[in-house]
Design a protein around this ligand. Structure first.
Ligand code: HEC
Length: 141
């Protein structure tokens, strides 16, 4: 193998190990569920759990790879921001309730990179319509 390729690979491997020491991204806490919305139907909740709960609830499932930097940094950031804007586990403090249905209709939520990795979040057209209508009925428009 050419020397520069070998050196680059070694440098990359060292970097991959070194970034694991950064403390950010390890706080995988799930605070208690305070109060869920009054769901219009069990189906709406089911769809939201599948497509939204990992970032927008206190019931985040921390998959094994969320322990590995830099994925751990992205996940930590998504969950912090996600819960801050809309936390289905704390309905009294939801800031962006009326936008939930809209994000689903526009396809901006769930984020595309999440749906690529998680098949449970790849919703059919019928499921998107059901979730949109359900979120509008539950949280308003
Ligand atoms: C992979 C994590 C992730 C998932 C899954 C996810 N969101 Fe988000 N969501 C975020 C982040 C991060 C933000 C804040 C930053 C932003 O606006 O992009 C956000 C913001 C929002 C907002 C605030 C308005 C806005 O656009 O900023 C709404 C409403 C929302 N999400 C609804 C949903 C709904 C409904 C689902 C499920 C269909 C969902 N999200 C799935 C990460 C996620």
């Amino acid at each position: 193998m050419r020397t520069w390729i070998r050196r680059s690979l070694i440098a990359l491997a060292v970097l991959a190990v070194v970034i694991q020491v950064v403390p950010y991204g390890r706080d995988h806490s799930n605070p208690p569920v305070v109060e869920e919305p009054a769901w219009d139907s069990p189906q709406t909740r089911e769809l939201a759990v599948a497509a939204c709960y990992d970032c927008h609830s206190n019931e985040t499932e921390w998959y094994w790879y969320t322990n590995i930097a830099p994925i751990s940094w992205m996940t930590q950031h998504d969950v912090e921001e996600g819960r801050h804007k809309l936390n289905f586990s704390d309905v009294q403090r939801i800031r962006e309730a009326d936008e939930a249905a809209e994000t689903v209709r526009e396809g901006s939520m769930p984020p595309w990179y999440y749906a690529v990795v998680h098949s449970k979040a790849r919703l059919s057209d019928a499921q998107i319509q059901a979730l949109e209508a359900g979120l509008a009925a539950t949280l308003g428009r």
